[in-house]
Write a protein that binds this ligand. Structure first.
Ligand SMILES: C[S@@+](CC[C@H](N)C(=O)[O-])C[C@H]1O[C@@H](n2cnc3c(N)ncnc32)[C@H](O)[C@@H]1O
Length: 283
């Protein structure tokens, strides 16, 4: 008798057993089985190629690789983004930072220019392009890392019509923008972890790109540069929104004051941790 062919149901059960996590097993199986809802195909048999794909993903997950990289995709606000080891995995708290930038940008009348500095996968900037009105909005996505921008470009292709408003530019912070360019909203989730921070989880350290995480001995090197340069790249009354570490609120508020920014606030994330600097340039 020929060996029994595996079904989606049997493979999902064995994946769940190996990983010990029903949700992860479901996500991994859905990606392996062509993104079809598992409940619709439980009794179907699968191709050898799908089984090989599933086995490879399970092996990667068992080796400790983050689920998001194994899946090769992760959701951010309304978007499904491609992610791999070239970019930081977009975090839930960053969805909330993007939401704040979107609200500030929505209040701008007419020609609206927004910039996401250090875009990585494109998460924040593409959410802005996706959620702001198409007419009158232009969105800039920048990063110093050309490999990250390859991922952002792939994700740009996935946002449809809104992509026509987006420019991707490589360079260090403000150097990626054209001479004399000024924006209404600059948003950034820059590296803000102190080198050697013992609180950083091992799987983040082992798998995510170091240049997306670390910013000098106090984690403030990049925030210093961005905050100092913001006024010179914002339109009068324009907004700077930066994600920060939970212990950096007082320091970034001081930096913003020294840089001449106004209406400075340090805002907590939904978990109650300081997570964002919001400040505006003078009128
Ligand atoms: C914390 S990650 C954020 C990625 C993405 N914005 C997000 O929120 O998921 C920081 C990003 O800043 C980029 N970066 C680091 N140093 C930079 C610099 N000097 N100029 C521009 N981008 C930089 C990194 O390549 C990385 O993509």
């Amino acid at each position: 008798m020929p060996p029994e062919q595996p079904t989606v149901a049997s493979l999902r059960a064995s994946t769940e057993q190996v990983l010990g996590d029903a949700s992860e097993a479901r996500w991994i199986c859905e990606v392996a089985f062509a993104h079809r809802p598992l409940t619709d195909i439980l009794h179907e048999t699968v191709t050898e190629r799908m089984v090989a794909h599933l086995d490879a993903m399970v092996a990667r997950r068992r080796s400790g690789e983050p689920l998001q990289y194994v899946l090769g995709e992760w959701s951010f606000r309304r978007l499904d983004l491609a992610v791999d080891q070239r970019v930081l995995i977009p975090r839930p708290e960053t969805e909330w930072v993007a939401g704040r930038a979107i609200d500030l940008a929505l209040a701008v009348d007419g020609d609206r220019r927004v910039v996401d500095l250090g875009t990585g996968s494109g998460a924040i900037g593409l959410a802005l392009a996706d959620e702001l009105p198409l007419d009158g909005t232009s969105v800039w996505l920048t990063d110093a890392d050309p490999a990250a921008l390859e991922v952002a470009r792939a994700n740009l292709a996935g946002i449809g019509r809104a992509a026509r408003n987006v420019t991707i530019s490589e360079g260090r912070w403000f150097a990626a923008l054209p001479e004399g360019f000024r924006a209404d909203v600059i948003v950034s989730n820059p590296p803000y972890v102190a080198v050697g921070d013992p609180a950083l989880e091992a799987n983040v350290l082992d798998w995510e790109p170091a240049h997306a995480l670390f910013a000098g001995p106090d984690g403030l090197d990049d925030l210093r540069e961005i905050i100092a340069g913001a006024s010179g790249h914002l339109r009068p009354g324009g907004w700077l929104v930066c994600e920060i570490g939970s212990d950096q609120g007082a320091a970034v508020a001081d930096l913003a004051r020294s840089a001449g920014l106004l209406d400075i606030s340090v805002e907590p994330d939904p978990a109650g941790h300081d997570r964002m600097l919001v400040a505006r340039s003078a009128q």
